[in-house]
Design a binder for this molecule. Structure first.
Ligand code: TNX
Length: 536
């Protein structure tokens, strides 16, 4: 048995073992060198020694670890299914372990990187230990041909409701890499905190990154008489810190997708710059949860502000997609605002949904002119979708279905399957306070990112899926991990493995070993046991 997570597309078992000893050399020509360096670095702590890398061996021997970039490796897979972005093919790899050699071939560096993740998982789980483990290190012989099913394999982390320390962002990225996930969607602005330094607007972080206190207990149960903790909360990431995170993620073939919320979820920005709001009443950075009414106004100066912010954001995040939120923007203030109403008249718009659509279309045009793509939550469909927009479908799959059928790219982030802030067990007494809902491991595993309602000619618009970690009720990194794992392991298999190899019982067998990897990595998780009461 090869307890790999996510499960590779094709595994051929073989007999025998490869012995990993200090004498084994890694043969890594030319461009493959960064992958060899990474392999040495991740193995060294547990091994207690560093493997040697040979970069310019003219005639390498037949034994050792071989990394090769081989365009022909791709041919073995036949047609690549999803053409939405050209890089999917480059994520494939072949890994052949025999008693004398480990041969890893791929058409691109991402594939080599994923092959390295598989190689790590073929070693005993102690290989993830941060300190040396005395034991024989063997790798079972096997031949693996693998490639991801989807191009977008993500996780979203909300750093706004609770600030997440920088060290944890690094650790989280490492844990995503372990699961062959390749997008880190970073929720950076919201009503309760603005977390990204913008040079041109210092008050966004001076004021917007801090709130006086935080609601205690569940929002729904404390509406009448809310109680607060009395403890100031805040923090933000400097541009220098963000550049380092982006570079660190890039080395792990993870694209960081920033999210800057508009027109709603904007209260922290309006607290910093009241002229961005619709009323003359000053507002504070929010101390509570739920949907907030204070949204950006539609003045030209506000578009200028947002474009200036996005210009700095694009400079920090080189990835194609810029997430502009777009969700949960109540239109009450626009209805009451003479300026917004005048704007609608000038533009010939008959309702506020159309005004939101106008808002998003302008931002879409701005990002498109800069060579980027706008990504937004499915509310951006309301009032008419911007021409270049990609839709992130969170209120179930309906938004994704509508957008894909209309020829728009979509990412599935359904709150019926991928909301990792929802409860994972019905054992309320032993679970931490959470937003509610119920999405057990099996439910996540059963997720099919391409719903039957998408016409077959349009299914290629489904880029993939991602898990969401909203942090209203998740205040520490340990709790983020508890909510994320092992459900994110299940989601990794949803987006990586071919649907016909998926099998929940087989997954949970592998998961028992995989949890040991997490444990050695120092990652917190909710231990899955097959006798778990929340599951049949
Ligand atoms: C809805 S999902 C939100 C978030 C909350 C989340 C809690 C989405 C686009 N908006 O603001 O944190 O529910 O599950």
């Amino acid at each position: 048995m090869y307890p790999l997570v996510p499960l590779p597309a094709l595994i051929q078992s073989k007999n025998g073992l490869f012995q990993l000893t200090p004498q084994v050399k890694i043969y890594s020509p030319g461009l493959t060198r960064p992958i060899a360096d990474y392999l040495v670095a991740v193995l060294a702590p547990a091994l207690g020694f560093q493997l040697n890398i040979m970069s310019d061996e003219k005639q390498p021997p037949d034994s050792g670890i071989f990394l090769r970039l081989n365009p022909a490796a791709q041919a073995a897979f036949g047609e690549i299914q999803h053409q939405a972005e050209p890089s999917l093919a480059s994520e494939a790899y072949h890994l052949v372990i025999s008693t004398h050699a480990v041969v890893l071939e791929a058409p691109g560096l991402p594939g080599l990187f994923y092959g390295v993740q598989t190689l790590r998982q073929l070693l005993p789980a102690e290989i993830y230990s941060p300190v040396p483990v005395q034991r024989a290190w063997t790798i079972p012989c096997v031949a693996i041909s693998d490639k991801p099913r989807f191009l977008w394999r993500g996780a979203m982390l909300d750093s706004c409701r609770h600030f997440m320390p920088l060290e944890f962002i690094y650790k989280f990225i490492d844990t995503l890499a372990l699961h062959k996930l390749n997008r880190f969607h970073w929720h950076l602005t919201d009503d309760q905190g603005w977390r990204i330094e913008i040079n041109r607007y210092p008050r966004l972080t001076e004021v917007g990154a801090f709130r006086k206190q935080t609601l205690l207990g569940h929002y729904r149960e404390n509406m009448e008489q809310p109680r607060y903790d009395g403890i100031p909360h805040g923090g933000f990431y400097t541009q220098a810190e963000i550049r380092q995170i982006v570079a660190y993620a890039q080395k792990r073939f993870i694209t960081v997708v920033p999210e800057i919320e508009m027109p709603g979820h904007a209260q922290a920005a309006i607290a910093a710059y009241p002229e961005l709001g619709n009323t003359s009443q000053p507002v504070e950075v929010s101390q509570t949860w739920g949907i907030h009414e204070h949204i950006f106004n539609v003045n030209e100066t506000t578009f200028e502000f947002l474009q200036n912010v996005l210009t700095e954001v694009m400079d920090l995040f080189p990835g194609q997609y810029i997430h502009i939120g777009g969700d949960e923007a109540p239109k009450k203030e626009w209805r009451a605002s003479p300026a917004a109403q005048n704007r609608m008249k000038e533009l010939g718009l008959t309702d506020e949904d159309q005004l939101q659509s106008y808002f998003i279309k302008r931002i879409d045009a701005f990002l498109t002119a800069k060579g980027r793509r706008l990504l937004g939550w499915d509310e951006i469909l309301e009032g008419g979708l911007a021409p270049g927009a990609t839709v992130m479908s969170w209120r179930g799959e309906q938004g994704g279905i509508a957008a894909a059928n209309a020829g728009h790219a979509v990412v599935m982030a359904s709150n019926h399957y991928t909301y990792l802030d929802y409860l994972q067990s019905t054992d309320q007494e032993n679970e931490p306070l959470s937003i509610g809902g119920y999405i057990p491991l099996e439910k996540v595993y059963s997720f099919e990112p391409i719903p039957a309602e998408i016409q077959s000619a349009q299914t290629q618009h489904v880029l993939g899926a991602q898990g969401q970690l909203w942090t209203e009720y998740i205040s520490t990194p340990a709790q983020v991990e508890y909510m994320a794992f092992p459900r994110l392991c299940a989601l990794a298999e949803v987006v990586w493995s071919p649907s016909d190899v998926k099998n929940f019982d087989n997954f949970t067998d592998r998961l028992l070993v995989h949890q040991e990897r997490l444990r050695h990595s120092g990652v917190n998780y909710r231990a899955y046991k097959s006798s778990h009461p929340g599951l049949k």
